[in-house]
Design a protein around this ligand. Structure first.
Ligand code: XMP
Length: 516
């Protein structure tokens, strides 16, 4: 990403462990400004290369003995600096101000009651503007040089600046959508005060990444595993633009994909001009799974066979030196422990660390700097199919973790039929894009039913549809009863072996999205 970082102004977000830190980065990027998150205890040494710095919120109190307390001497007074929530309290508490426990609860919506006039930081924002509060400490006294800029009914020092510096601080969260002028405020600070150039657009990203990949890869051969998902598909398109036929894509059918997915997605990839080989290894996967009902052992078996199949195929490409992966930014952000420990840990994620030692390939990850919504925008700017870019996430082990218990070809067939009716129905009823992820689960339970004059004793299936932003938390979707009624009818009438349909109304937590 050297080129990208050299050509564009970038913003540093120092993370103190707030649940909203990633949102700050996304809001900044929505302004077409490149931003990076780094934990407070690993502030980059090249801090002078950043055009502005934002301090995040935190579950920690600045009054705590273990308060996160980084040295900001290379930043404070030298760079435009914005403290948000904990960041604002930090700038007050350690610089002559006073932070105390607040007497009233300060969570949720509030409205600005006072806004300093003619203040560029607050341009376009007026009294009455709604802001989002989430804190239990409050700034009782501003730090040395502090000047009050805004208040709410309950929070006197809701925004302030330090005279003689480009340092600003706000108690509320501009990154949360409920802060209606949050984006304006970030724009005021970044574009008008810090003079950051908002030129980091999807088109610019494509152009620069392709140029960079060309330079980095030259005439080398690259192998990439396509999954049918958004990330691997967009990564493939970028690489294809850069190195054309030297990108060798492998799309493995593990026999656990959705109905007709292997053939239709393969066709779509070919239509995109990709050099792609479809490998139908269904039998090999089903054999490895035979008789296995433990979810983790199923996952391991699938992972192992995938690597074997992929490795067999990769070895058939002579002189391949690179493995491309669709890793995205949330997979690599180092996160601050929310429990307060100063240790920074890398988030574990299903897709990280997937390279087996024996493959010994160098790794190229063209999407490593992007959030999921940015991957979609980059794909759209390359003219990729909307339906492909809008696809719901689908787990690597596929239907194997939606067939509870052991897996047989017949169970896969039943679930594929049920799933297709559900997903096609969501599309037909225009509900697909309102749902983050959906699928059907085949339960290891038979129930009694009656069809015509016959008593039946057949399988129960569950339908699951959730809304979420990142899969970490999720809630079930309130799908229309009429829709559920139609889908349930179709499933029971059309799928042999199923006589009962239930709808999963559990949120995550405490349930998970997948049943296994
Ligand atoms: P859970 O079930 O943990 O799922 O709430 C969160 C998200 O992760 C997906 N998921 C997986 N993806 N391999 C994957 O590639 C897996 O083993 C796996 N398990 C869950 C799930 O579909 C959801 O999007």
């Amino acid at each position: 990403m050297l080129l990208l970082r050299m050509q564009h102004d970038k913003v540093l977000i120092i993370d103190f462990g707030s649940q909203y830190t990633q949102l700050i980065a996304r809001r900044v990027r929505e302004l077409n400004i490149y931003s990076e998150i780094h934990p407070f205890n690993k502030i980059p040494t090249n801090v002078q290369e950043y055009k502005a710095v934002i301090l995040s919120g935190s579950p920690m109190s600045v009054r705590s003995e273990n308060a996160f307390h980084p040295d900001l001497s290379e930043i404070r007074g030298k760079k435009p600096l914005l403290g948000v929530c904990y960041g604002a309290q930090y700038l007050a508490h350690f610089s002559g101000g006073e932070v105390a426990e607040s007497n009233t609860r300060e969570y949720g919506r509030a409205n600005l009651s006072f806004v300093q006039e003619n203040e560029p930081f607050l341009a376009g924002i007026s009294a009455g503007s709604q802001v989002w509060m989430s804190h239990s400490d409050t700034i009782k006294q501003l730090p040395t040089g502090g000047k009050l800029l805004a208040s709410t009914h309950d929070v006197q020092n809701a925004a302030y600046k330090i005279e003689g510096e480009t340092t600003f601080a706000i108690q509320f969260h501009p990154e949360v959508y409920h802060s209606t002028d949050g984006k304006q405020l970030l724009e005021n600070f970044l574009v008008h005060i810090a003079c950051v150039n908002p030129d980091w657009t999807p088109n610019a990203f494509v152009e620069e990444t392709v140029a960079e990949l060309k330079e980095k890869l030259g005439n080398d051969k690259v192998v990439l595993g396509l999954s049918g998902g958004v990330d691997s598909s967009v990564a493939a398109m970028l690489l294809h633009k850069a190195i054309g036929e030297n990108l060798y894509c492998i799309f493995v059918n593990n026999g656990l994909l959705r109905k007709n997915e292997f053939s239709s997605v393969l066709q779509q990839y070919e239509g995109m001009g990709l050099n792609v080989k479809g490998v139908d290894a269904s039998a090999r996967f089903l054999e490895a799974l035979a008789g296995e009902s433990d979810p983790e052992k199923k996952r391991k078996a699938i992972g192992r066979v995938f690597i074997e199949v992929f490795d067999d195929e990769a070895h058939q490409i002579t002189d391949v030196t690179w493995l491309a992966q669709g890793t995205i930014y949330p997979d690599v952000i180092e996160s601050v422990s929310a429990t307060g420990g100063p240790s920074a840990t890398i988030k574990s994620h299903h897709n990280v660390g997937g390279l087996p030692d024996f493959m010994k390939l160098k790794i190229v990850e063209p999407l490593k700097a992007l959030f999921k919504d940015e991957v979609r925008r980059v794909g759209a700017s390359m003219g990729m199919d909307k339906q492909l870019l809008g696809r719901h996430p689908f787990p690597g082990p596929g239907l194997a973790i939606r067939i509870l218990g052991d897996i047989t070809a017949e169970k896969v067939r039943i679930l594929q039929e049920v799933d297709a009716i559900f997903i096609d129905g969501l599309r037909e009823w225009d509900l697909y894009d309102n749902v983050w992820q959906a699928g059907a689960i085949l339960l290891p339970v038979n129930s009694v039913g009656v069809m015509g004059d016959e008593r039946t004793y057949e399988k129960v299936v569950a339908l699951r549809a959730v809304e979420s932003t990142d899969g970490m938390t999720a809630d079930w979707v309130d799908l229309p009863y009429k829709f559920l009624q139609k889908v349930s009818n179709d499933i029971i009438n059309k799928v042999k072996g199923v006589n009962r349909v239930v709808y999963d109304i559990s949120s995550k937590p405490p349930a998970t999205i997948e049943w296994e």
